[in-house]
Design a protein around this ligand. Structure first.
Ligand SMILES: O=C(O)c1ccccc1NCC(=O)[C@H](O)[C@H](O)COP(=O)(O)O
Length: 219
């Protein structure tokens, strides 16, 4: 079951959590291939977990500043995976790691939480990463991501041609407000969550996954 606003559940490490997210109606499942993360899985483990996914649920492999050859090797074991670059990757880095865009990729934009920071240049970022399948908007947190913090949605400018993924601190209780805030700004909007559906880092709470997907579907 998809939803009008596609849902990615990220940071899965256990088969039972993959099955629960699929059963709840998730459209994409993210695996964190960044060793310092408490949600880290090896490329082999990601391939094993991704093999549980039905045809139309997309595996997403998440990297932070990983060399292109390592990205390519990891991705070769997960057919149909979307790549997600969540570090300091340049457009050239993203093209090298995605084999010149042969494999679709998301580029994370990490939005500063400092209220005195200048507004995020979403249009400039989107233009810079114009080969990305979508721009994933996350809060700028220590450790690059998975921080469970929201950024100020009201600060984003309109980006009428952009495919955006709202991420960062989403929960079953706030996701509808996030969709309402961002949906008018962009061409398409998807949502992504990790902490907000967890019992502990890397351990997903199946009831919260279902509540999150249901909250999105009610929008
Ligand atoms: O999830 C992580 O541990 C992580 C570590 C380093 C870089 C990115 C990471 N996650 C990326 C994601 O796509 C998360 O879903 C996103 O940051 C939102 O996380 P949360 O705020 O916990 O919902």
């Amino acid at each position: 079951m998809g939803s009008a606003t596609p849902v990615k559940i990220c940071g899965l490490t256990r088969p039972e959590d993959v099955d629960a997210a699929v059963g709840a109606g998730a459209d994409a499942i993210g695996f964190v291939l960044y060793p310092p993360s408490p949600r880290y899985v090896t490329p082999q483990r990601a391939a094993e977990l991704a093999a549980r996914l039905p045809a139309f649920v997309t595996p997403v492999l998440l990297f932070v500043n990983t060399p292109a050859d390592e990205v390519i090797a990891a991705a070769s074991a997960v057919p149909g995976a979307l790549l997600q670059f969540h570090g300091d990757e340049t457009p050239e880095d993203c093209l090298a790691a995605s084999q010149q865009g042969q494999r679709a990729f998301l580029r994370a934009a990490r939005i500063p939480l400092d209220p005195d920071a200048p507004p995020f240049d979403l249009l400039g970022f989107s233009k810079r990463f114009d080969r990305a399948r979508a721009i994933l908007l996350d809060a700028h947190v220590p450790g690059y991501g998975g921080g469970g913090q929201t950024f100020d949605w009201s600060l984003l400018p309109a980006a009428p041609d952009a495919h955006l993924v709202l991420s960062g601190g989403l929960t079953p209780d706030n996701v509808a407000a996030g969709i309402a805030a961002l949906r008018p700004l962009c061409r398409t909007l998807s949502v992504d969550v990790s902490s907000g559906v967890e019992a502990a880092k890397g351990i997903k709470d199946h009831g919260r996954i279902r509540a999150f997907v249901d909250a999105v579907a009610s929008c």
